[in-house]
Write a protein that binds this ligand. Sequence first.
Ligand code: DX5
Ligand code: ZN
Length: 228
Amino acid sequence: MTSQIAPGNGRIIVAPSILSADLWKLGTEVEMVRQAGADWIHVDVMDGHFVPNLSFGPATVKSLKGRAQLPLDVHLMVERPSRFIESFAQAGADLLTVHIEATDDVNEVLLAIKKLGVRTGLSIKPDTDPARIAPFLPQLDLVLVMTVQPGFGGQGFLPNSSAQIQAVRELITKSGRAVYLEVDGGINAQTAREAAQAGANVFVAGNAIFAAENPARALADIRQAAQI
Ligand code: DX5
Ligand code: ZN
């Protein structure tokens, strides 16, 4: 398997989250955001343990693969993610992000993801110390800073988020590696600007795009706000 995602190069990425899509017409929704200029499709996977909600699994990723015509950015909000790496890789994930709080063997999980030819991501929840990311940076293609408590779409961007993003940006800069810095939760044009100023370059948005009266305009507004 070869990931469709190139190493981070500072380009702004907008990744609509299908958690907020109308699942009755998932294909149409994905095609709509693709035509509106989406870069990646963000797929939120929830297990009812790591977060108090359930969502998608490998079958959803498999049904999007190829047809979505965009890289699939899969966010695993699950306990002990090592159990699921292979099935998501086989289903066609281009990037697999696990939570640092969800496993004791972060290194092994990242190695397993890499071995399968998939890009690696590591996420921190809003209350997690960003310094915990540092030892894993040599293995990472992306760091995901949660800007809400994970579990549900439609929440407000947390006020402490900029400090978290800045701290991760400093670590990435120090590492000298091309690592994407993704933000997820409560992202709209206004908060995207704030996150971009703090150092983010990948912007996940669910509600701000799929619940908008004009989703294409909302997506373009987020991209423009992020171009600082
Ligand atoms: C939350 C998910 C997010 C969610 C974001 O746990 O990780 O990806 O879809 O939704 P909004 O953009 O509505 O906050
Ligand atoms: Zn997410």
